[in-house]
Design a protein around this ligand. Structure first.
Ligand SMILES: Cc1ncc(COP(=O)(O)O)c(C=O)c1O
Length: 374
């Protein structure tokens, strides 16, 4: 990775937990603080500061996600963006198809909306961890309104082929929860209809710094049910009583004042990805997760590996070791200076492009030690 990209980060070497939270870049931290510093001065109406800052950030987010200005917005979390879509489908009837194994952020919104009259939720069991058209096709019919998948699965690390899912979905909308990919691998709206991702993981934007991009047809398919006063035309025209019309932009999904420090941090973090170059970042992430894969296999670990090529994986490697309970292993690895996660009785390791290769070697030795002692 180039020096300019690497100089943005200052996490400890042994941090191998980007699928949980990605320590934010210097730029993301700086711009969020600077915006508040400027507001704190009280030199002018805050709205004159944050309004233009938001417009600029929103434009940069749109650009990075491959959509026109106006077709992207900021969201406080992945869940908040998905909630907007799920509740927007209330009244449309039909069903929503989602893998049963999705992270709960991509399960709750559909269930909550269903419980108040939204589409029926069809949760599809995926036996082999391969979220591909074959796995979902039987659940989809003429009444399917939307198919929701993660770009990269939080548990298995499987990376979906969004084009293939979109083709199979036919007329149904496709929503991609991109949080486990954005900032690590090529990601954007592409052939999906909705792309939503929190900024707290691989993007390294910090918390409350999520992004959402939509395709124009989304505006025809769902109501901006949860929209509030920031999500309408002429919100500041107080003499006209609500409701005001929804704009033909993704800002129709704003409930109230946007999370401005988060929006500028997300834009800055996307800029940092550009500094590294997404192809270079992706290659570095795959090299490092590939090295983790090799080393755990050399220890006879049981690995969750549903992919058939590097195109079907990203930065996550999940495994377990015979005779070594995952929680114990995670705790002892922490004592040895390595931060990883336990998930469902498995050990999940997730290095980023900033992880030095020597750290992965040292991690391998620490793990070998654990196995020997077990
Ligand atoms: C696939 C996936 N989606 C979403 C989230 C987080 O959702 P939110 O940004 O709403 O907290 C996570 C992890 O925390 C995740 O792994």
């Amino acid at each position: 990775m180039n020096r300019e990209y690497l100089s943005e980060f200052d996490e400890r070497d042994g941090y191998l937990n980007f699928a949980s939270v990605g320590p934010p870049s210097l730029s993301a931290r700086a711009v969020a603080g600077e915006l508040l510093d400027e507001v704190a001065l009280g030199d002018q109406s805050a709205i004159q500061i944050v309004g233009p800052a938001y417009q600029k950030a929103r434009g940069e987010i749109a650009d990075a996600l491959g959509v026109e200005d106006g077709m992207a917005t900021s969201v406080p979390s992945t869940s908040a963006g998905i909630m907007q879509i799920a509740f927007g489908l209330i009244g449309s009837g039909g069903n929503v198809v989602v893998p049963a194994s999705e992270f709960p952020a991509n399960r709750y919104p559909w269930l909550r909306a269903e419980s108040v009259g939204g589409p029926e939720v069809r949760a599809v069991e995926i036996a082999d961890g391969r979220v591909d058209p074959d796995a979902l096709v039987d659940a989809i019919d003429g009444d399917t309104r939307l198919v929701a998948v993660s770009l990269v699965d939080y548990m298995t690390g499987f990376r979906v082929d969004v084009d293939a899912i979109a083709e199979m979905a036919g007329d149904a909308l496709v929503l991609v929860d991109g949080i486990q990919g954005l900032g690590a691998v090529e990601a954007g709206l592409g052939s999906a209809d909705i792309f939503v991702a929190g900024g707290q993981k691989w993007l390294r934007a910090g918390f409350s710094a999520g992004v959402m991009a939509v395709a124009p047809r989304v505006f025809d398919r769902l109501e901006p049910t949860l929209t509030g006063w920031w999500g309408v035309e002429d919100g500041y025209t107080f003499e006209v009583p609500p409701p005001h019309p929804a704009p033909a932009t993704a800002d129709r999904f704003l409930e109230g004042s946007p999370n401005l420090p988060g929006a500028v941090a997300a834009a800055a973090a996307l800029g940092v990805v550009d500094v590294g170059g997404i192809n270079e970042v992706e290659a570095a992430v795959l090299e490092r997760s590939g090295a983790v894969l090799d080393l755990v296999r050399s220890l006879d670990a049981e690995v969750i590996a549903p992919w058939r090529s590097d195109r079907e994986r990203a930065g996550i490697v999940t495994f377990r070791l015979p005779g070594l309970p995952a929680t114990e292993a995670v705790d002892s690895l922490a004592s040895a200076g390595f931060v990883v996660s336990e998930r469902n009785g498995w050990i999940r390791v997730s290095p980023h492009a900033t992880t030095p290769m020597r750290v992965i070697e040292a991690f391998g030795m620490a793990l070998r030690d654990q196995v020997r002692k077990a």
